[in-house]
Design a protein around this ligand. Structure first.
Ligand SMILES: [Zn+2]
Length: 448
């Protein structure tokens, strides 16, 4: 009896999943048509049922019918989290869902602005199906042992039904555990699929190597949530002897883009979310240029997201992926805009660029971890944890400073005459609340 009652949930995920996988074979034209149809539906719905959007459209003198395709979205202003947070929950949620029990996803760990997003059961199933599609494309199988280092609350994501049928069971190892306990738990669970914040997986690789733990042999690693550079990815692939595929998410609308095994760029889940890349004036940038990612969710009806500025930066690509899938590609080169470095002469430098310039990886023997914190436009501190007590601090300091002072003006054309860099040595780095490991943190906003 219980099976019969609960069946629709798993049936619905499967239904969404099969649809999502089928759409991978659509031509560009058909995908475009599908996307625009979903867009018109969600825009009309939000206008008629959500006070926040109703008022916003009115104030912008835009009717729901004026939004026919992605390009028309530019008629609407970009909305931001701080704006939405000023409204009551009832303004943001559709009147159809006011009295329904909704699932709340809390986000904002990396921006320091907690914010609750509400989704209904159907939307949650859609989200999971879109998520699974990427993993399946990269080789995950129905009955693989799947272990994720994640926030503990996510453990309930695997439903009773998944367990009953033994498919896609995602075991969660809490991100708040110490590294050694995590490693022991993972070794015990012996995953085929290892999944989690990439920065944390990188730390686990370090720990596994240091402790000579060789019992962890995943077939595939999925990472998300952090910026890790190429050298770090290569390193964790080497330690765990498995390919690493990065996934990208805008917290409020969940995972939105992912690497296929070709790893040319990140496929955008265009049938689920529209991602626009815009410049300072809200204009869409050309392929190959960087822009702020502005998301419009095509599946959130309980709490819609239309032209939502994420403060994440990406680059739209016009190349086709050799894998043949027509979902468009983007590049993820830079992280949260609060991780950009901003200099007195107005230059803004991407974290990955600064990381490359530091060339800290060439001192892997001496440097265990490092973090860059920009305090003001004129002061940047580089915190370093040494691998061993007897490592020569002066050698590290002069190497890092020499690279910065030579590299920044040369590579990024920054005038450093008013900037001070300090290298400091510390014993440990705290992780941020949700287990993210931000290598470059700036207290100077790059976008206001
Ligand atoms: Zn591909």
């Amino acid at each position: 009896m219980l099976r019969v009652i609960l069946m629709p949930n798993l049936a619905r995920i499967s239904y969404y999943l099969f649809g999502a996988i089928r759409r991978l074979d659509l031509s560009r034209d058909k995908l475009e048509k599908y996307k625009n149809k979903q867009l018109r539906k969600v825009v009309k719905y939000a206008f008629e049922n959500v006070r926040f959007y109703h008022d916003l459209f009115k104030a912008s003198r835009v009717n729901a019918e004026d939004i026919r395709n992605t390009h028309d979205l530019n008629k609407l202003p970009i909305i931001r989290k701080k704006e939405m947070r000023q409204h009551d929950r009832d303004d943001l949620i559709s009147k159809d869902f006011k009295d329904q029990k909704l699932k709340s996803l809390t986000t904002g760990g990396s921006t320091g602005e907690p914010f609750s997003v509400y989704i209904c059961g159907k939307e949650d199933d859609w989200r999971k199906a879109i998520y699974l599609r990427a993993n399946i494309t990269c080789g995950q199988r129905l009955r693989d042992r799947w272990v994720a280092i994640d926030v503990a609350e996510r453990a309930i994501e695997t439903s009773f039904l998944n367990r009953l049928f033994g498919v896609f069971i995602r075991e969660v190892v809490p991100v708040t555990w110490d590294r050694h306990s995590q490693l022991q738990a993972i070794a015990r669970l012996s995953p085929d699929i290892l999944d989690g914040f990439s920065g944390v997986i990188w730390l686990l690789a370090k720990e596994a190597e240091a402790r000579n733990i060789e019992a962890i042999h995943p077939r595939i690693i999925f990472g998300t949530g952090d910026l890790i550079d190429k050298a770090s990815r290569n390193y964790l692939e080497k330690v765990f002897n498995a390919p690493y595929y990065d996934q990208f998410g805008c917290a409020e609308v969940d995972r939105t883009a992912w690497q296929c095994p070709e790893r040319l760029g990140y496929h955008i889940d265009e049938d689920s979310v529209i991602m626009q890349f815009v410049d300072k004036n809200g204009e869409e940038v050309a392929p190959g240029e960087r822009g702020e990612i502005v998301c419009t969710s095509l599946f959130n009806y309980a709490m819609p997201f239309i032209r939502y500025g994420t403060m994440d930066i990406g680059v739209p690509m016009d190349e086709e992926c050799p894998c043949g899938r027509k979902l468009p590609l983007m590049k993820v080169v830079e992280g949260r805009s609060n991780s950009f470095l901003v200099f007195p002469d107005g230059h803004v430098v991407a974290p990955m660029s600064f990381i490359e310039i530091l060339k800290a990886f060439t001192l892997a023997e001496e440097i265990d971890r490092y973090r860059v914190i920009q305090k003001t436009k004129n002061l940047i501190e580089v915190y370093v944890k040494k691998t061993k007590e007897d490592v020569d601090e002066e050698r590290i300091r002069s190497w890092l400073l020499a690279n910065i002072l030579e590299g920044l003006p040369k590579v990024e054309k920054v005038d450093l005459s008013k900037v001070t860099f300090e290298v400091k040595f510390v014993d440990e780095f705290p992780l941020s609340g949700r287990g993210k490991l931000n290598v470059v943190v700036s207290h100077v906003p790059a976008f206001s």
